[in-house]
Design a protein. Structure first.
Length: 291
């Protein structure tokens, strides 16, 4: 009887110990399951956040759009001339805006990668999505680089064109000055007006022919001081005033064609009117003797 009691006691103790062990195991398993569930929830939350961030970054990449600026090409002279300084500044500002958008996207991708490492969310699908984002970003960067190169080349070409135009304008201006100078030379006549006495005294005219001082005729001297003459552009001025009182007379003693001019009295004063400038200026010096 006593042995049965002892045996029963030992069995009871063993049963209690077994139950306690089982209880501890069940409790540990429950804690493990709870921890696993929490980890799953955390992982799911990180995964969802990562997916949302990837979607946002992709939207940002899509927003980095290349409009007409991306299609610029050095095509023809007219297109290059249309690139005014203001338009050039707009294109450069657009490129700067694209670069800023690319930099923001790069920063977000780097932040996403750091977040995934910290959260230990290592999912192959996420890795592929991040890789695709990087590839899209690299493609955008390449397009911006090509666009910048095109703009630089275009601006250089426009600068060269502007230089060529300036040189051409300078040459045209020089040619115009030369032509104008030549026109003035062809159109200018130098005249002297005065009495017989004054003109002979200044050496503008000399007397020719005659006998014993009688019957001499006046004619222009060969070598005369240019300061005694005045210039008139016959393309612009066709009237030469002649000083003299009412009833005075005037005579042209140089070889201008009589048909190329006329001497008239206007408002009581004599004036020479040039009727045919081209014919008149064939003789470059005009001498008028008044009396």
């Amino acid at each position: 009887m006593r042995q049965s009691t002892v045996l029963l006691s030992l069995l009871s103790i063993a049963l209690v110990a077994s139950c306690a062990t089982m209880f501890m195991k069940i409790r540990r398993d429950g804690d493990a399951i709870t921890s696993m569930q929490q980890l799953q929830e955390t992982t799911r939350a990180h995964y969802a956040k990562a997916i949302q961030e990837i979607s946002t970054i992709q939207d940002s990449l899509n927003a980095i759009a290349f409009d007409d600026a991306a299609t610029m090409r050095i095509s023809n002279l007219e297109a290059e001339r249309r690139l005014s300084p203001t338009q050039g500044d707009e294109v450069l500002a657009r490129i700067a805006e694209l670069r800023a958008g690319i930099q923001r996207t790069r920063d977000r991708i780097q932040s996403l990668e750091a977040s995934l490492k910290q959260s230990s969310v290592q999912v192959a699908a996420l890795g592929k999505l991040v890789k695709q984002l990087k590839e899209n970003l690299a493609a955008k960067e390449q397009m911006v680089a090509e666009l910048s190169g095109q703009v630089d080349a275009l601006q250089t070409h426009v600068t060269e064109l502007n230089t060529s135009v300036e040189q051409a304008n300078t040459k045209i201006a020089e040619q115009s000055d030369t032509l104008e100078q030549r026109r003035r030379e062809l159109g200018t006549v130098y005249y002297a007006i005065g009495t017989k006495h004054d003109l002979m005294k200044s050496g503008v005219v000399v007397a020719h022919g005659g006998v014993l001082g009688m019957g001499k005729t006046l004619g222009p001297a060969g070598d005369v001081d240019p300061s005694h003459f005045q210039a008139v552009d016959t393309d612009e001025d066709t009237v030469i005033p002649i000083s003299g009182t009412k009833g005075a007379k005037a005579q042209v003693v140089t070889a201008q064609s009589p048909r190329s001019y006329s001497i008239e009295t206007v408002d009581g004063k004599l004036e020479l009117r040039i009727l045919d400038p081209q014919e008149f200026r064939k003789v470059k010096r005009l001498v008028i003797v008044t009396a």
